[in-house]
Write a protein that binds this ligand. Structure first.
Ligand SMILES: Nc1ncnc2c1ncn2[C@@H]1O[C@H](COP(=O)(O)OP(=O)(O)OP(=O)(O)O)[C@@H](O)[C@H]1O
Length: 253
């Protein structure tokens, strides 16, 4: 069987005011790839991720999943293939962690009053994987920012989609949980033969997690390569418009 492939062909996107946000984006990634999308604030990363995830439609160009145009894939199949973690997500009141996870399926009812030990096995596993099992019955609005992000990640991990789009998944995480997320992404991509796209502003996190790096600048793809090549070339200065001293903070030992 041939490898799972995700491809973007000549993607352009302009706003209703005819402001062109993305220009001629092309890439192709294969199962097992973890791609980190870098770029300055406003470069167009979230917009590109939303187009790839089928949340927004490109103004021009095609998104292909195994040569099938995303426009021709029904919404149900799309939701089985693709999971998207938005940069921020509204927390519903009167909803606890288990109830949020159960939105993936109807197996657990809204009024369930169970102890952690009676949780479905996969629920406990996902919560344990993201170190949040002890908060299973907590209301979403009472969670800290990092705990809420870990609950969202646990829900995504349960869905086992073939392509994950994670928009700043590390944003609220402390160092320990960032490192845990690195391990979980690598394990997920391997085990599920999946492709993971990540946007992040944490260069250290990007360096740890990704085997491919691509970079956007003002809506144009300015880089797309193996991560090793990207890191060996010290091009952060150019990418982020840093001065030499700023860049030394990252590269100095
Ligand atoms: N519907 C829209 N109408 C007008 N402008 C938009 C629209 N959507 C996004 N933008 C603008 O497009 C640019 C790119 O936004 P986007 O959220 O994709 O950037 P980003 O690279 O993810 O930034 P950040 O790193 O700050 O999250 C921003 O300047 C944003 O204000």
């Amino acid at each position: 069987m041939s490898a799972f492939v995700f491809k973007a062909e000549k993607i352009f996107y302009s706003t209703p005011n005819h402001n062109i946000l993305l220009k001629d984006i092309n890439f192709e990634y294969n199962e097992g790839d973890i791609v980190c999308l870098l770029g300055n604030n406003g470069a167009g990363k979230s917009t590109l991720i939303k187009i790839c995830a089928g949340i927004l439609s490109a103004s021009f160009g095609n998104i292909l999943i195994n040569k099938n145009n995303i426009k021709c894939i029904g919404k149900t199949q799309q939701s089985q293939l693709i999971s998207w973690l938005p940069q921020s997500l509204y927390r519903a009141e009167n909803f606890n962690v288990i109830e949020f996870l159960s939105l993936n399926s109807l197996r657990v009812s809204k009024n369930m009053q169970k102890s952690n030990s009676e949780l479905p096995f996969d629920f406990s596993n996902a919560l344990r994987d993201f170190d949040i099992l002890d908060q299973a019955k907590k209301e979403l609005i009472l969670l800290s920012g990092g705990e809420w992000k870990r609950v969202q990640l646990a829900r995504l991990w349960l869905r086992k989609a073939k392509i994950l789009f994670l928009d700043e998944p590390d944003g609220d995480l402390d160092l320990k949980h960032k490192i845990n997320l690195v391990g979980k992404c690598k394990e997920y991509a391997q085990k599920n033969k999946a492709i993971i796209f990540i946007t992040s502003h944490d260069i250290h996190f990007a360096k740890m997690v990704a085997n491919k790096i691509c970079a956007l600048n003002n809506g144009i793809f300015v880089w797309n390569s193996e991560a090793d090549i990207f890191w060996s070339l010290n091009i952060l200065q150019k990418l982020y418009g840093l001065n030499k001293n700023d860049e030394n903070h990252f590269y100095s030992k």
